[in-house]
Ligand binder design. Structure first.
Ligand SMILES: *Cc1c(COP(=O)(O)O)cnc(C)c1O
Length: 233
């Protein structure tokens, strides 16, 4: 994917990134405590899509280890050099995934959040066998039934989760959702948490810049935060 003009012209602003990261971490810890949870149960994924590698490097320098990207090509461009140089770095792919990107995705990602359909399960299984890579997987559920969004529909979720676990075993670690922009996100987060409980899955990837505190109150274990760390896109 070509960079947008902004990603080339705006400096990374390492101090701003470090300050905003510290603020987001503090808000995560407070939200966890308010919910009676251990802040260490909530992992912050810094979403660096559209932002330059220099911004990722600035966040790394400020102690951030987990990053999220939407697009395989963009993630490859940014993280191929960074990953070997930063042993603790964990890369999450959080965008809808095309089957023809499965091989690159399993080679690059530590965690894929968007397993959402049988054909993608087939493609990922084949890619893992071929590449010898075993990323952990989350199943994305389209809790708002939005036609333009990826995610398995709610009423197909139970069967799909069972099939994926039978196939991938312990690599399936949890569930992910992106509530509709116009909705109160809480009922979506609560639905996802109940679904994970029903299946004995421990990870819940939910909450973004606008709603990560609500997500933590509902049990999020991974929050995906971009704008509040790196600034507007
Ligand atoms: C972009 C994106 C985010 C981060 O969104 P912000 O509102 O910038 O925090 C989180 N999750 C997914 C799937 C995204 O595409």
């Amino acid at each position: 994917m070509p960079d947008s003009p902004n990603t080339r012209t705006i400096a990374a602003d390492p101090e701003g990134i470090a300050a905003r990261l510290a603020d987001v971490r503090r808000r995560i810890a407070e939200a966890a405590r308010r919910a009676g949870r251990d802040p260490a149960q909530v992992r912050l994924i810094a979403v660096s899509k559209t932002k330059p590698a220099a911004s990722v490097a600035a966040a790394c320098a400020a102690g951030q280890a987990e990053f999220g990207e939407n697009r395989v090509q963009e993630a490859l461009a940014k993280f191929t050099a960074l990953k070997p140089a930063s042993p603790g770095l964990v890369l999450h792919l959080i965008g809808g995934l095309q089957t023809n990107k499965a091989r690159e995705a399993v080679r690059l990602a530590d965690v894929i959040h968007t397993l959402d359909r049988p054909r993608l399960a087939d493609a990922l299984a084949a890619a893992m066998a071929r590449e010898g890579c075993r990323p952990r997987l989350l199943i994305e559920i389209n809790t708002g039934a939005e036609p333009q969004k990826s995610g398995i529909p709610r009423d197909e979720a139970d069967a799909f989760i069972d099939r994926c676990r039978a196939r991938f075993g312990g690599l399936v670690i949890g569930l992910m959702c992106i509530p509709p922009l116009a909705d109160d996100p809480r009922p979506h987060f609560e639905w996802l948490a109940a679904c994970a409980r029903r299946h004995g899955l421990r990870e819940l990837s939910m909450g973004m810049s606008a709603d990560f505190e609500a997500a933590i109150a509902c049990g999020a274990t991974m929050v995906r935060v971009g704008t509040a760390i790196f600034g507007a896109r």
